[in-house]
Design a protein around this ligand. Structure first.
Ligand code: NI
Length: 157
């Protein structure tokens, strides 16, 4: 899973670094995120999941704090941020997360926890009636990332 994450990130970063910065900052419609804002949202996703991946191993449950995604993007004014800086930061943050994921033992990643809030937190929601794992959340993080990369590619095409 981490080698997939690294490959996805390296390919996208090299592709996006060649993209036109003005285009990356252009919203496709009012109220829709530009490529800059989607990469910004992925940085926010990395930051929030970084906390979950680091604190999760020591916890009995997998009930984590959510965040107001639209507000985070708006407050940080990703629309005015430098495209190449965003891409470089997003790449580096994800390469670090790949390292973090590898640092956590498989036994910890695969430990089933009865209490979680993946019904609200995960892109591929898990009902609270079923147990889940930290590893599931890590995998879901990559699925979410790929989902948004497809949007960025469509915007920059
Ligand atoms: Ni998202």
């Amino acid at each position: 899973m981490t080698s997939r994450l690294r490959t996805i990130v390296e390919e996208a970063a090299s592709e996006f670094s060649r993209a036109d910065a003005t285009r990356a900052g252009t919203r496709p419609a009012a109220g829709k995120w530009s490529a800059k804002e989607i990469i910004g949202h992925l940085i926010d996703s990395a930051a929030n999941n970084h906390i979950r991946f680091v604190t999760g191993p020591a916890r009995d449950d997998l009930v984590f704090q959510g965040y107001d995604q639209e507000a985070w993007v708006a407050v940080q004014r990703y629309d005015t941020a430098d495209w190449h800086t965003l891409v470089a930061f997003w790449r580096a943050y994800n390469l670090h997360l790949a390292h973090v994921i590898e640092a956590i033992p498989d036994g910890v990643k695969n430990a089933r926890r009865d209490r979680h809030n993946f019904d609200r937190l995960a892109l591929r929601a898990v009902p609270t009636s079923e147990p889940s794992t930290l590893g599931y959340l890590m995998d879901d993080y990559v699925v979410h990332l790929e989902h948004h990369l497809a949007q960025v590619r469509a915007l920059l095409a």
